[in-house]
Design a protein around this ligand. Structure first.
Ligand code: ADP
Length: 600
């Protein structure tokens, strides 16, 4: 056979495509239009996949999640003006999460158009995006496109991950380059070692601690630090607590995992080491009453600006890469391990108590369905259907109660197998993330660049609140078009938080039909209400997928089985749960829940 000849470079569009190819970009997420359609076509001609979405918002979320899962920036291509505005959602989300690297490329009006000409979709995107990205540039010339694209790509994941942006004027895309600059692939960033004195200080503090704790954040997942952290925890026997996306870096069933005693762990620890986690709202800022007033907080982070912000101990702050600092720390703790102590007993007593409560909630049959019972049934059905059990399942989750309650029920055993609304609590990310996961795990295999061959197929499971799903609903069509066998569970309580009502235990069909005394109208006008039993399953059918509506346990289990068998496109299981149940009363993540703190 003839060796494959790459198409020659005649246009700016081809120059852009070749630059992306040289950077080893395998897939692009986006929506085309004038003028970027030629860029997408040139990429396809080079064998780069292009996943075409219905809204740039979802495309930008998907690209950044692809970056999280693969450790290299995900690429998003959009049109100018409104396309850029819609992808601002993904830009903000990427920057807020600090572990979701994104390269955004957007078309724009030709350079000859003055700023006020009113050209097609004209927007000064560089000025708009500069404060919200790590790097935003319009290349100084058409010939400079390759260098600018490489710079933006590099900025997106060197240092703390974030966003790089390149503006692509129409005349560059359609123009003829006078010369062709070849760019090189960007290598992995150098692994920064920690300052030895600081590492020693942290080791000493941990040795002297009575109640040490390691918090594992999604920075550790992003850094692929699972190997070094496993060795560190196994050797030192220090209990650990994963954050929501830190789950799976070490398996949830590891004996030193304190997830089931989260409150006790946070309140009790006297020396804690944060590994790729920030002291933001999710960790209650490191402040009382969730933490004890005297706690010493050590931290490892790749971003020096993140250190010593007030609550952490400046002498215990280490700037460095987790994958190099943890082994350094392990050397200093060579002869140490934390002995089983009152601390371990406190944690396990608390875990036993909480697990018993959770188990009772999950094992009690309910009608109408509750969150706990629904998740327990889905989990056991999926794990028995999955050939590799839980190892082959990747969970995406968003919503308030849906995300909050499912987090502790769907345990994970491997890193980067659970994505959720994240630091920004962004609703609408779920379907884009699911598509990104499907691509990264099962199509490009960039999420698992291991020698294991053939790569193990992962089933992507998206657990969505009914409100959260609505933000990106048309992307079900995207999943259908690419025949992605994603299974979506919609936990439908008729709205935001507690849904239609938090004081009426369940709504019967008679009430609904009756509209007695105008009550129905009033209830639907509350701010949290959404359409009662909205037919997301019916919508799925119309968008090329398959749908099931379930109202009871038997129907749910059957639907899981049938959805599992449907491998030619997306499945949507619309689970009607009691509205009002699991509402305000159970929403505990922000610490505002009534009746005590819930465990994660
Ligand atoms: P979580 O939400 O799980 O608590 P955060 O998003 O708050 O996690 O924190 C993640 C942190 O990880 C960020 O501060 C980021 O700078 C840091 N980080 C990302 N990559 C690395 C790395 N390779 N080494 C050290 N820290 C990292």
């Amino acid at each position: 056979t003839m060796p494959h000849q790459p198409p020659p470079i005649h246009t700016g569009a081809q120059l852009i495509a070749h630059s992306l190819k040289s950077l080893d970009v395998r897939i692009i997420f986006g929506i085309v239009g004038i003028p970027v359609i030629e860029v997408a076509e040139a990429c396809l001609a080079l064998g780069i996949k292009f996943v075409s979405f219905r809204n740039e918002q979802a495309a930008s979320y998907a690209a950044s999640a692809y970056g999280y899962l693969t450790g290299r920036p995900g690429v998003c291509l959009v049109v100018g003006g409104p396309g850029v505005l819609h992808s601002m959602a993904g830009v903000g989300n990427s920057m807020a999460n600090a572990t979701y690297p994104l390269l955004l490329l957007a078309g724009s009006a030709e350079t000859s158009a003055g700023p006020t000409k009113g050209a097609f979709q004209q927007l000064d995107a560089v000025s708009l995006l500069a404060p919200h990205t790590k790097f935003a540039v319009r290349p100084p010339s058409l010939e400079d496109l390759p260098r600018s694209i490489r710079d933006a790509y590099r900025f997106a994941f060197y240092g703390r991950p974030g966003v790089g942006f390149v503006d692509l004027p129409a005349d560059y895309i359609q123009g003829v380059p006078k010369e062709v600059v070849q760019v090189e692939r960007v290598e992995e960033q150098p692994r920064i070692l920690g300052d030895e004195r600081r590492v020693m200080a942290v080791a000493e503090a941990l040795k002297r601690a009575e109640r040490p704790l390691v918090v594992i954040g999604k920075g550790a997942a992003y850094a692929r630090a699972e190997g070094v952290l496993r060795e560190f925890i196994d050797a030192t026997k220090i209990p650990f607590l994963p954050t929501p996306q830190g789950k799976g870096v070490l398996p949830d069933d590891h004996p030193l995992n304190t997830s089931s005693a989260r409150s006790a762990a946070l309140a009790g620890t006297d020396v804690v080491l944060l590994v790729g986690a920030r002291l933001n709202w999710m960790l209650h800022f490191g402040e009382p009453p969730k933490w004890s007033a005297g706690v010493r907080i050590a931290q490892i982070d790749i971003s020096p600006e993140e250190l010593d912000r007030g609550t952490t101990d400046p002498t215990l702050s280490i700037h460095g890469d987790i994958t190099s600092v943890i082994p350094q720390l392990k050397l200093h703790l060579a002869n140490y391990h934390h002995l089983s102590s009152p601390w371990s007993n406190t944690l396990s007593a608390s875990a036993t108590k909480n697990l018993a409560i959770a188990r009772a909630k999950a094992s009690t049959p309910t009608n109408p369905l509750t969150y706990h019972r629904t998740f327990a049934l889905i989990k056991s059905a999926l794990e028995s259907l999955s050939p590799g059990g839980a190892d082959n399942l990747v969970y995406i989750s968003e919503g308030a109660n849906t995300m909050d309650i499912s987090r502790s029920i769907f345990t994970v055993s491997q890193p980067r197998q659970r994505l959720d609304a994240g630091t920004y609590a962004t609703m609408g990310v779920g379907l884009g993330y699911a598509i990104a996961a499907e691509m990264a795990y099962n199509h490009t295999h960039e999420a698992t660049p291991s020698p294991s061959s053939p790569p193990i197929r992962k089933r992507i499971i998206s657990i969505e609140g009914d409100s959260a799903l609505g933000f990106s609903l048309p992307e079900i069509e995207t999943m259908s078009r690419y025949r992605l066998p994603i299974i979506i569970f919609v936990i439908n309580n008729g709205g935001v938080y507690h849904g239609i009502s938090d004081n009426t235990p369940s709504w019967g069909a008679d009430w609904w039909d009756g509209d007695k005394q105008g009550k129905r109208r009033d209830v639907l006008l509350t701010s949290t209400a959404l359409g009662f039993e909205t037919g997301y399953d019916v919508v799925a059918g119309g968008l090329g997928g398959r749908g099931w509506k379930v109202v009871d346990e038997e129907g749910l289990v059957r639907a899981v089985r049938e959805a599992w068998e449907h491998r030619d496109g997306p499945s949507v299981v619309n689970v009607i749960v009691a509205s009002g149940v699991g509402g305000r009363l159970e929403f505990g993540w922000l610490g505002k829940g009534k009746g005590g703190e819930k465990e994660k």
